[in-house]
Ligand binder design. Sequence first.
Ligand code: PEP
Ligand code: MG
Length: 350
Amino acid sequence: SAILARAMGIPAVLSVSGAVEALHTGQCVAVDGFRGTVLPEPTPEQTAEFKRRQREYLAEREALSRYCNLPTVTKNGVKKAVYGNIGKPEDVQSVVQNGGEGIGLFRTEFLFMDRMSRPTEAEQFEAYATVAKAMNGREVIIRTLDIGGDKEIPYLEIEKEDNPFLGHRAIRYCLDHPDLFCDQIRAILRAAKFGDLKLMLPLITCKEEILAAKKLIEQCLRELIEAGEDVHPVPVGIMVETPAAALTAAELAKEADFFSIGTNDLTGYVMAVDRGNQAVARLYDPMQPAVLSAIEMTIKAAKAAGIPVGMCGEGAADPRLIPHLLAWGLDEFSVSASSILKTRKMISEE
Ligand code: PEP
Ligand code: MG
């Protein structure tokens, strides 16, 4: 919900203890998404202060709009790219409006949510082709289905697990359900002719998972060609979002066409912190030295192997992290649409 609210530019505060008892329907509530505060029934003075800050925010946003049509270049003249994250084809519009140079993460699990049965290959093809066309030749990275963990899809009947974050999720589930996985792979391969599509595998922990996925991708490609489809191979990259992937990044880089660092999960797994648990939230910080080391290692391994490396977790828009990412040589920053201009400004000033 935090990711969705941010994508839509809706102020939100999460994990407010006692909110359900303290607030009631119809009440006026002032929500400050920057400070993480919720104020029921603000006084006229408080309302005036909130309105003043709202005007300030809108003015700042207006000032950022000058970065919309500028390229992303550091002060030293090094070219970078700021991309947008999306969950549905409709989200492309706000990425383009905010000057996104590509899509660095299409969270395809959103195509599977809010419905009673899984989307067919044809429905998925439609969604991927729509995004490819809307981006008009600019890069689009489609992440294959990332379910399990905190992302539930009831009709897939994923078994109940004691530790779902360590369980049968993402690439693990897909490799064990090749029918479901191949539907998605075929849809991506067929949509690729409409733009610059790339395929990205989530939650990779070892080389064997990449090899198994690539085998299925090659098989799907062969079958489509035999059936007379106009398809060609697409680059296959991986998300680096587990400690295992960061620690073996040099090895994995031999099998991956690109890396994208997922700081949302990486922070949780490195720090052994559940990303949805308020009680341990203080440890959930990408600036923790252990997380920084994992990120640095990954970027350096990609550079040594000569493959592009991006970041599509929330860390890519974190002002504390950006100077480090630039120093280590991160190529592409994929952020929510509402953070694109701010991120480009920060990179331009570094
Ligand atoms: C991540 O883990 O950083 C990521 C981008 O994936 P998600 O937030 O969808 O798990
Ligand atoms: Mg993730």
